[in-house]
Design a binder for this molecule. Structure first.
Ligand SMILES: NC(=O)c1ccc[n+]([C@@H]2O[C@H](COP(=O)([O-])OP(=O)(O)OC[C@H]3O[C@@H](n4cnc5c(N)ncnc54)[C@H](O)[C@@H]3O)[C@@H](O)[C@H]2O)c1
Length: 289
């Protein structure tokens, strides 16, 4: 990857992909977002537009800058449109088979031999995604935090195959182009932040599940007693309960520690489609839109 990345691709335009695309576009980069089809691409565009609009209303962004950012972002339903990208960040669902398929396809589609393929996975081994390509030395974890335009942290995760040059190039991209702060992590499930955060969220789910306290009580306890900006069940709802369950499964697969095992209530809520904010109901109820 050349020092100055000008053309970025993002695969997946959900909460994270839309946020990553937004920060890239706001940094002046030519950005292409690829979703599963044209309808999902349109929804991704609406997500980015709504977030830019919020930033303008809050006085964080000029109206003209928001317009320019949206204008330099293309939304597509075809991975082929990422052929000329220098950096692609994959941010699709936390599903190992789906992600492996995307990396194998990107490897064939992205033409620049120096291009870097990054994953925003929260918990899956970066090395396995690298091994699905012919360029494992240029596959790296670039783990953003939700909401991406607001939270400054990016974890950079190098697999055993990632070259030092790739690690330095994406660190430079995240800090200089996007203005983020980077911490490095080894390629272990959960990296630094989720390895600490997920057991805490699961403990809160178990507490609600056992009737020990209500969801509102648990959240109020941590907000008012520990000055956390958001209680654990509100945070789980924000992340998405499907994503929390997937990360927990990856952590449990890797470490076999009971504290990482997803509790039955979490599994049932995911099966029921109660995924948190993105579906309007999780441990709390949210106004749609
Ligand atoms: N939610 C969080 O707080 C958070 C934080 C950091 C990292 N992550 C990681 O980011 C990734 C995405 O999470 P999210 O919260 O944005 O999920 P999400 O469900 O909001 O979005 C996923 C998007 O991927 C799209 N998608 C699925 N398969 C695709 C494919 N083959 N090609 C293109 N698009 C495809 C879906 O249509 C959907 O819009 C996951 O790996 C997750 O672990 C999530």
């Amino acid at each position: 990857m050349s020092a100055a990345v000008a053309r970025v691709g993002v695969v997946g335009g959900g909460q994270m992909g839309a946020g990553i695309a937004e920060v890239c576009a706001r940094a002046g980069l030519d950005t292409v977002v690829c979703e599963v089809d044209a309808v999902a691409a349109r929804a991704a565009r609406d997500r980015v537009a709504a977030s830019l609009d919020r930033a303008v209303r809050r006085g964080k962004l000029e109206r003209a800058a928001a317009r320019d950012a949206l204008a330099r972002t293309v939304f597509t339903g075809s991975l082929d449109d990422l052929a000329d990208r220098q950096l692609v960040v994959e941010a699709i669902v936390e599903n190992p088979d789906a992600k492996t398929e995307v990396f194998a396809a990107l490897d064939k589609i992205v033409t620049d031999p120096a291009a870097v393929l990054a994953t925003n996975t929260s918990s899956l081994p970066v090395m396995r995604l690298g091994m699905a390509t012919s360029r494992a030395d240029r596959v790296v974890g670039l783990h953003f935090f939700n909401p991406v335009p607001v939270l400054p942290l990016v974890e950079v995760v190098s697999s055993l195959h990632t070259s030092a040059e790739t690690t330095l190039a994406v660190e430079d991209f995240a800090t200089r182009a996007l203005g983020k702060t980077v911490i490095r992590s080894q390629d272990r499930a959960g990296f630094v932040v989720n390895a600490l955060l997920i057991p805490y969220l699961l403990a809160a789910v178990r507490m609600a599940e056992s009737g020990f306290a209500t969801a509102a009580g648990i959240d109020a306890g941590m907000e008012l007693g520990c000055a956390h900006p958001m209680g654990p069940l509100k945070l789980a709802d924000l992340i998405g309960l499907d994503t929390v369950a997937s990360i927990a499964e990856s952590l449990y697969d890797e470490f076999r520690e009971p504290l990482y095992a997803p509790p039955p209530l979490l599994q049932r809520m995911v099966e029921a489609g109660l995924l948190g904010r993105k579906t309007g109901r999780g441990f709390h109820v949210y106004a749609q839109g």
